[in-house]
Design a protein around this ligand. Structure first.
Ligand SMILES: Cc1cc2nc3c(=O)[nH]c(=O)nc-3n(C[C@H](O)[C@H](O)[C@H](O)COP(=O)(O)OP(=O)(O)OC[C@H]3O[C@@H](n4cnc5c(N)ncnc54)[C@H](O)[C@@H]3O)c2cc1C
Length: 281
């Protein structure tokens, strides 16, 4: 698999073979290629265009990060969350097993540089900062890292409002089990007064020996100190940030910093930060 950024995009007709509920507003779709065409090569972090006729627009599309790693070649998964806009709510309501859709890709180059640096032994620590559906490219990267036995420490800081918004609730414990160098902090900004044992049981049910790699933070937003106090070599790490615009860049009118400003003000060099912005909100 090459990491060149000038890949040509290809259109495939793909059939949905499985649909899994993630949350009330989010599902993961498993697609296989209809005409037994090979799925185009891609690297973790890349996106596709998914085409769909909504009641508002024929042949509309949105970009989606590829959720499944390129090492699992026979299928492609997309995880789609409604932001109450003009595409995803219709897709979530309509799409069913055996439906066929056009998927075009790959696009983008998120995470391709750190991947090359890890392979060249120039980087040994990744910090992934995800909000809500911003977890998708990181899930792809972590499964890829497991499959190719990538030697890298991965810190995943995953922010949601409440427990009910958590995507990949069932998968996160599997990733932790299969990736011994993965550590996870789950930040629930609007949860208060839940006991830690309850969180382990209901939110991230991992074996006892893995519990020291999972932490929880609730009732407030993630700050730079939460990262720097855990990631020993935070200055030398690579930072990937993915989610909505407010999570990444904050809200000027409210005078709130996003993760980008928080980590830059904390002292991380701009050249070590990479973003994938999902929307304007
Ligand atoms: C490169 C890229 C990769 C993406 N990957 C994924 C993915 O893997 N899974 C996924 O669910 N979505 C992903 N998105 C967002 C996706 O394209 C849709 O916008 C999303 O599914 C919402 O669809 P919608 O019809 O509800 O809202 P839209 O009609 O698309 O948008 C409505 C409003 O919501 C905003 N918005 C869209 N997405 C978000 C978000 N995540 N957070 C905050 N605000 C948002 C839009 O800017 C707009 O203002 C990605 C976007 C980009 C640009």
């Amino acid at each position: 698999m090459g990491l060149e950024t000038s890949q040509k995009s290809t259109r495939l007709v793909m059939t949905i073979v499985d649909i899994a509920d993630e949350t009330d507003l989010c599902k993961t779709y498993k697609f296989v290629s209809l005409f037994n065409q090979e799925i185009f090569p891609y690297h973790p972090g890349q996106d596709v265009k998914l085409y769909f006729d909504t009641p508002l627009k024929k042949n509309d599309f949105r970009l989606y990060s590829i959720a499944s790693p390129p090492t699992r070649k026979s299928f492609m998964e997309l995880t789609i969350k409604s932001e109450h806009g003009q595409f995803a709510p219709y897709f979530l309501a309509k799409a069913k097993v055996n439906d066929q859709y056009v998927i075009e890709g790959p696009y983008g180059r998120f995470l391709s540089k750190p991947l090359r640096m890890i392979k060249d032994k120039e980087l040994d620590t990744l910090v992934f900062l995800a909000a809500s559906s911003g977890i998708v490219p990181f899930r792809c990267f972590i499964e890829y890292a497991i499959d190719v036995k990538l030697n890298v420490d991965i810190w995943l800081f995953y922010v949601n409002r409440t427990r009910n918004d958590l995507i990949y609730r069932g998968l996160l414990p599997v990733l932790l089990e299969n990736c011994p160098k993965l550590r996870l902090l789950l930040n629930f900004t609007r949860e208060h007064e839940i006991s830690i044992p309850e969180l382990y049981e209901t939110v991230c049910n991992v074996k006892d020996e893995i519990r020291d790699r999972v932490e929880f933070l609730f009732g407030r937003r993630l700050e730079f100190d939460d990262i720097a106090s855990r990631v020993e070599n935070w200055k030398e790490a690579w930072y990937g940030i993915c989610g909505g615009a407010r999570f990444i860049a904050g809200d000027r009118q409210l005078g709130q910093d996003g993760m980008m400003q928080k980590i830059e003000k904390g002292g991380v060099e701009r050249s070590r930060i990479e973003i994938d912005s999902y929307g304007t909100k």
